[in-house]
Design a protein around this ligand. Structure first.
Ligand SMILES: Nc1ncnc2c1ncn2[C@@H]1O[C@H](COP(=O)(O)OP(=O)(O)OP(=O)(O)O)[C@@H](O)[C@H]1O
Length: 364
């Protein structure tokens, strides 16, 4: 999918002046409150008509203000999922799902009801009404309703924001399946680094109505300067790993990555499965020599590719470990005493126990 957006639109005192291209399967619009994420998604969805600009999805022009093109929202074939599920309370889950299909012309319906129900694991809920569903179940039904309408694009506006961590963890695998198993591109609004790291293939960072950066998720999330101050502890990298085997006796899984072998808390996946693990920079240590007699299970040889600091006591060290990009957060004092600098070979140490389920997903 290619999504191309160029918008200039004033609403009140706020100017949205944003341009980006994305070819990822799940593009995250990421930024602090008030940066313009919802405004942008509403323009892609056709809820707001931008004064100037152009929006093109897979070669299909949805908006071209110069040429006075503005495809009305019901013709865009876009599925919406909001923070609150917005299900119809008087309808059963099956009826809510069926409603999604109602507005799609018969010839354009490609979504198969039972395939969608299976994908989201909601078969046992079909006869229930929304009031009896948990927040996580409601959101899965809302995603199903959007999907059954056979959309060409799905817009998700903070779909997990109203759920607690346990419910978020329950839904994320379904969003991953949506991303990996259907061919429908997704634009996903979030201000959570954890969510974006787990789900996004591409990220557009919005700041006060403009695009501060856009690119592959791995590039964006390893940059300190792009993350909000209260989430800098979440800065890190994503490593693509392949399951190589289980160490049953220790509850560990052995995985292969470009830069070497990893051992992580048990991942329930067969040999050969692709896993994307988020490695937070604060969980990574550096050593000039290969550490001996150390409890951490993951030690990789790498080279420093960059160092950035934001004036605080820490520095963020970018690393290349045989093709895997990682990041380590260390004190500026350590940078000085160890003589860390770009080009310097180091050993990169990651404790297995710093990984939890929320940090591991399927490779996007
Ligand atoms: N109809 C409107 N008229 C005037 N100002 C508006 C209108 N809609 C949005 N705004 C302003 O535009 C700015 C961006 O709002 P928007 O909802 O797009 O941000 P956001 O990044 O989605 O924020 P949040 O994460 O809090 O939802 C805000 O300052 C908001 O007050």
């Amino acid at each position: 999918m290619t999504l191309s957006v160029r918008i200039r639109h004033k609403q009140g005192d706020f100017l949205l002046d944003a341009a980006f291209e994305s070819s990822g399967r799940l593009t995250a619009l990421f930024g602090p409150s008030g940066s313009g994420k919802t405004s942008l998604i509403n323009m892609i969805g056709g809820l707001v008509r931008p004064r100037e600009g152009r929006i093109v999805v897979d070669g299909r022009v949805l908006v071209d203000a110069d040429k006075r093109v503005f495809v009305p929202k019901h013709r865009r074939r876009i599925g919406y999922v909001f923070q609150d599920a917005r299900l119809f309370p008087h309808m059963t889950v099956a009826q809510n799902l069926g409603y999604g299909r109602f507005f799609t012309p018969a010839a354009e319906r490609y979504a198969d009801f039972s395939a969608v129900v299976d994908l989201l694991g909601i078969g046992h809920l079909l006869a229930r009404r929304p009031a009896s569903l948990s927040g996580g179940e409601k959101q899965r039904v809302a995603i199903g309703r959007a999907l059954i309408a056979s959309p060409k694009l799905i817009l998700m506006d903070e779909p997990l924001a109203s759920l607690d961590d346990a419910r978020k963890a329950e839904i994320m695998p379904y969003i991953e399946r949506l991303r990996d198993e259907t061919k429908i591109p997704i634009v996903y609004v979030s201000h959570s680094v954890g969510e974006v790291a787990r789900l996004a293939t591409g990220v557009v960072v919005l700041s006060a109505g403009t695009v501060a950066a856009s690119g592959p998720a791995a590039d964006i999330l390893s940059r300190f300067d792009l993350l909000p101050e209260d989430q800098r502890g979440e800065a890190g990298a994503m490593v693509d790993l392949t399951v190589a085997g289980q160490e049953e006796a220790f509850g560990l899984t052995v995985l292969h990555a470009a830069g070497g072998e990893w051992r992580l808390p048990r991942v329930d996946a067969p040999v050969g499965a692709k896993i994307r693990a988020r490695v937070r920079a604060r969980d990574v240590m550096l050593s000039l020599e290969r550490p001996q007699g150390i409890s951490a299970l993951n030690v990789l040889a790498g080279t420093i590719t960059g160092i950035s600091a934001d004036g605080g006591p820490d520095a963020l060290i970018s690393l290349d470990c045989g093709g895997d990009r990682l990041a380590a957060r260390v004190t500026r004092r350590s940078v000085e005493t160890l003589g860390l600098q770009p080009g310097r070979p180091v050993f990169v140490v990651v404790k297995a126990v710093t990984f939890d389920r929320g940090n591991m997903g399927t490779a996007g």
